[in-house]
Design a protein around this ligand. Structure first.
Ligand code: SAM
Length: 210
């Protein structure tokens, strides 16, 4: 697979990324638009979903990514593979999540993953992190009761920060008090693989929508 080169980070607060995404007609995108949906926020090159989709044909998969060339490439891979249950959308998740979730078939959102989001270490850059209270609110509004939110990061500070945002929200219940010892997803992400290859820790948490 040829791989496009892109900038490592973009600033989600810049004016260019304040415009809400152009939303497709989901009935045209997916073979069966009302199947359970797994949303992967900050999907990067999208290889996690590219492997999940053929293994779970009774689910739909949607990756959100702010770096447009990665989305174009991932949708090309999806087309080459002939997958009708997978789509990647170029957007700033923070700007687009509420209208996006509203546009989907009712009660379809069953799982959300946020895996190795950009850390934005500096205090003055924390507003650039993807897990903000408004994003958690939108997920709470549209995720079905019993639906899952899986979070993981290799940076303890980021993992604690995003875990706390879900802890604080009355709609979510953690499935364990401690970090999960293993990944409940059947496929590791690219960032996860490179972290594990360096024998570095991964902090994981799973929440249920009450
Ligand atoms: C470190 S990468 C991890 C990619 C993948 N989840 C993995 O684990 O391999 C984080 C990704 O989130 C994307 N991202 C960051 N902020 C975003 C936002 N507000 N909306 C959509 N994507 C975002 C970045 O462009 C980047 O591709």
């Amino acid at each position: 697979m040829a791989v496009v080169r892109v900038r490592e980070h973009v600033n989600p607060l810049s004016r260019k990324y304040q415009v809400a995404a152009t939303l497709p007609d989901w009935a045209q995108v997916y073979g069966q638009a009302d199947q359970p949906l797994h949303l992967d926020i900050g999907c990067g090159r999208g290889r996690f979903l590219l492997q999940m989709a053929p293994q779970h044909p009774n689910w739909n998969f949607l990756g959100l990514e702010i770096r447009e060339p990665l989305v174009d490439q991932a949708n090309q891979w999806r087309e080459d593979a002939g997958l009708q249950n997978l789509f990647y959308l170029f957007c700033n998740a923070n700007t687009s999540i509420a209208p996006l979730l509203r546009s989907l078939p009712p009660q379809c959102l069953q799982r959300v993953t946020i895996q190795f989001p950009d850390p934005w270490f500096k205090r003055r850059h924390q507003k650039r992190r993807v897990v903000q209270p408004e994003l958690v609110d939108a997920i709470a509004q549209f995720l079905v009761s019993g639906g899952e939110v899986f979070l993981q990061s290799d940076i303890a500070e980021v993992a604690i920060d995003m875990r706390d945002r879900f802890y604080e929200h009355a709609a979510f219940r953690p499935t364990s008090e401690d970090w999960l010892p293993t990944n409940p997803m059947p496929i590791p992400t690219e960032r996860e693989l490179s972290t594990l290859e360096r024998s570095e820790p991964v902090y994981r948490a799973l929440f249920m929508r009450q």
